[in-house]
Design a protein around this ligand. Structure first.
Ligand SMILES: Cc1cc2nc3c(=O)[nH]c(=O)nc-3n(C[C@H](O)[C@H](O)[C@H](O)COP(=O)(O)OP(=O)(O)OC[C@H]3O[C@@H](n4cnc5c(N)ncnc54)[C@H](O)[C@@H]3O)c2cc1C
Length: 307
């Protein structure tokens, strides 16, 4: 029986797995996506690359600072502006660094959980996994709740957690764009954030690439709209709010249904030592990459202390 299954290969799941592995625990990570990193994402389309999820990260606590320093030394991260860092050459680089030596199975969507004697099995649709002693969830809380429900498990700490969605628009141009700064932030218009992706450190500035994030209210209102309609509306907002008249040569909209934590659980992680089930993620502590990392490490420490 493999000791520990971790569901989710974002920063939280990877930070937990790395610490567990360093403590000699046997773990395997399952993720529904093709790659790792979760919302710390880079989409590549031919020559084009877009960080369409997290734009940068800050490092306030000692544990995350130590990891960031290692990434800086190894060229997996760089300082951007003010006290903000980016992964290099894309936002997934730090996740790849954390994943070194870990076992990750991609394209594996966990749909349920089954008790089996002293252990647990995961459901992937109709397929049942081998047995695990411990299962740790490192997915957004609203995606974890229905999976836990299949085994009759409810964590009351999750109840207050709320996420805001975000529509992200990825654009490429065959001419340079004239923006006062390489990044733009506003609390007033439809566009909450925009960044010339290629002008972040460690990226190609040509062709010109722009990532736009709509504000949470607008994203919520248009949550079920089709991507082409969202693209047209956000292009109109870019003309009005950013003064961009050029026509993009590439455009794609991505819906982040669970993007930014609005109300966190207010705990560093959840761990039930009797059930041998745990949960971590940014939603425990706040809407930041560092919060996800800290929550993952907190859960790993809890598991190590209880086994
Ligand atoms: C648009 C946007 C902008 C952001 N900007 C910033 C920023 O500038 N700075 C900052 O610090 N943070 C930012 N964030 C937040 C930051 O990305 C997150 O806090 C952090 O990446 C969360 O990590 P996590 O590991 O908790 O979750 P995630 O990264 O969401 O990882 C969860 C993983 O679980 C997988 N998964 C989900 N369900 C299942 C399932 N059923 N089976 C298997 N796998 C599953 C997913 O594929 C994913 O890989 C932003 C997020 C978004 C979306």
């Amino acid at each position: 029986m493999t000791n520990i299954a971790i569901v989710g290969a974002g920063l939280a799941g990877l930070a937990a797995a790395r610490m567990l592995k360093q403590a000699g625990r046997d773990c395997i990570i399952f993720d529904k996506s093709r790659g790792i990193g979760g919302r710390m994402a880079t989409r590549r389309v031919g020559q084009l690359a877009f960080d369409h999820g997290a734009q940068f990260f800050t490092a306030r606590g000692a544990a995350f600072k130590a990891s960031v320093e290692a990434w800086l030394r190894h060229g997996q991260a760089a300082s951007w502006y003010e006290d903000n860092f980016v992964g290099t050459p894309g936002m997934t680089a730090p996740a790849r660094s954390l994943a070194a030596g870990l076992t990750v199975e991609a394209n594996r969507t966990v749909t349920g959980l089954r008790r089996d004697g002293p252990g647990w099995r995961l459901l992937f649709g109709d397929e049942l996994s081998s047995q695990f002693q411990t299962v740790l969830f490192a997915v957004p809380a609203p995606q974890m709740v229905p999976i836990l429900a299949t085994a009759g498990i409810i964590f009351p700490q999750v109840e207050p957690v709320r996420f805001a969605p975000c529509w992200a628009l990825m654009l490429a141009y065959d001419t340079a764009l004239d923006m006062a700064e390489h990044h733009y932030r506003s609390r007033e218009g439809v566009i909450a954030w925009a960044a010339l992706n290629g002008h972040k450190p460690g990226r190609e500035a040509i062709p010109e690439t722009l990532v736009i994030h709509a504000n949470p209210e607008w994203s919520r209102t248009h949550l079920e709209s089709e991507p082409p309609a969202v693209t047209e509306l956000l292009l109109a907002a870019a003309r009005q709010e950013l003064g961009i008249e050029a026509k993009p040569v590439y455009s794609a909209a991505h819906r982040w249904r669970f993007a930014l934590v609005e109300t966190p659980a207010g705990v560093d992680c959840i761990h039930d030592a009797t059930l041998q089930i745990g949960a971590c993620g940014d939603w425990c502590l706040g809407a930041r990459v560092e919060a996800a990392f800290d929550s993952g490490e907190a859960l790993a420490r809890r598991v190590i202390a209880n086994s």
